[in-house]
Structures are given as C-alpha cells and as structure tokens.
Design a protein. Structure first.
Length: 241
C-alpha cells in the first residue's frame, strides 16, 4: 500500500509540475509599451499561374450567378500573394486579444473570407446566405472535427475553436467550396491582402521567428528583430514546389 501511495504521489506531483510548465509557456496578454511594427509583402517567385475557372455543377441558379475562379493561389499584378498567413511563432507576451465572435459566410457557394483568423477560444458564426442546403465539413485534429448539414432554414450555425491550428473547411454538398480557419493563441497574425501586403502592430521589442503559411506554397520562416516604435519591413518570396 505504501508503494502504491508513493507512486500516486509522484504521479500527482509530476502532473502538477507539467500543469505549471504549461501555464508558464502560455501567451500573456497585457499592455505593450514602445511596441514596434512588422510590415511588408509576400510575393511569388517566378511567373504566376492563371487561375482556373471552377465548374458549377449543382444549384446553378444560386451558385452560378458569378464566375468562380480557383482560390488556391491568387497572385496580384505585382506578384503579391493573397491569403497568405503571416504570424510570429515564438511570441510569449504582448497585446491582448480578447475572445470574440467571428463570421464565416457561405455566399454564392463561396466561403467568405477564404481564410478566417480567430483567437483560440472564439465562437464562429457560420452563415448560410444562399438559402440552399450546405454541409460544413472541418478537417481538424487539435479541435473536434465536425460534419454538419445546414439546411436553408438554418441561417446560422455556431462552432467553438479552443486550440491553435489551421483547419481546412469544405462543403460536402458543393465539392468546389474550400476555406480555411486559422486559430491562433496570440494576436500577432495577419492574412495578406490582394497586394500581398500585411501589418503586425504593437509588437514588443525583441527577436522573433516569423512564419508564412500558404495553402499551396507551404511554409517559410524568417528571423526578425523588432525595435521600439520602429517599422521593420520584410519582403518575402515563396516559390512553387
């Protein structure tokens, strides 16, 4: 019995230490004094490919109102890459990012936005603006995956995303629909605009690892130094593999 008790005590102590260590590495949000900015652009190395037209095969009266072009790689006139996700991977302390609701809309049988960034712990409202049957299918591992029908009378579905990860979203009713939900445990994350540009504000001075993720081009990382009240400019190229 004494041996069993000792074993349980050691296990409990180990669990407590592990819990403390986990809490110690969690992101801490608060006031940022003399913060700097990281801004710049993500561009494609090489000739940009033409976007392919997507064939609408179902619910054409709703889904076919506008021409659909592929979303997997959108490159602007100056080779700026749209919908790339830029984030700091090793930031432990900085500005607050309160949990809030976000919206993913199904409009014209397209996910809007194509890439949605939300704080860990956020609730997402999934809208059905089309008034037809959609089916939300998420491919996640850290968060529970779900596969739910959303009939036309169900205007809003809600889903909670508690842990950081990048989640692919599809519609089983319309096979061409594709979107992404990026769940982050800190607010230093941005999605590039149509020019491939991004900005991260109020970054505490220091050295960081900045990561760029794109659904087709993969990941790229770069070391960056942020100085007080200064704007650090970065211009990164991604290449097709």
């Amino acid at each position: 019995m004494n041996t069993i008790r000792k074993t349980l005590a050691v296990a409990a102590a180990a669990g407590l230490i592990l819990g403390i260590a986990t809490q110690a590495t969690a992101y801490e949000g608060g006031e940022v004094k003399d913060g700097g900015t990281i801004s710049g652009s993500i561009k494609l190395a090489g000739a940009p490919p033409a976007r392919k037209e997507i064939q609408v095969t179902k619910d054409k009266e709703i889904c076919g109102k506008e021409k659909h072009l592929s979303w997997d790689l959108i490159v602007g006139p100056n080779k700026g890459i749209e919908n790339a996700v830029v984030s700091l991977t090793d930031v432990k302390k900085g500005k607050k990012w309160a949990t809030a609701k976000a919206t993913l809309d199904q409009n014209g049988c397209v996910y809007k936005p194509h890439v949605l960034v939300v704080p860990a712990g956020a609730t997402v409202d999934i809208l059905n603006s089309d008034g037809i049957l959609h089916n939300i299918h998420t491919y996640s591992t850290a968060n529970p995956a779900f596969n739910k029908a959303q009939p036309k009378f169900k205007k809003v579905l809600t889903a909670d995303f508690k842990k950081p990860e990048t989640i692919k979203v599809t519609c089983d009713a319309h096979g061409w629909m594709l979107g992404w939900i990026v769940v982050s445990d800190h607010p230093y994350v941005a999605v590039t605009d149509e020019k491939g540009e991004f900005t991260l504000k109020d970054v505490p001075p220091g050295q960081y690892k900045l990561e760029v993720w794109h659904e087709t081009l993969g990941k790229s990382a770069k070391e960056v130094t942020v100085k007080p009240k200064e704007d650090t400019k970065l211009h990164i190229e991604l290449a097709k593999k």
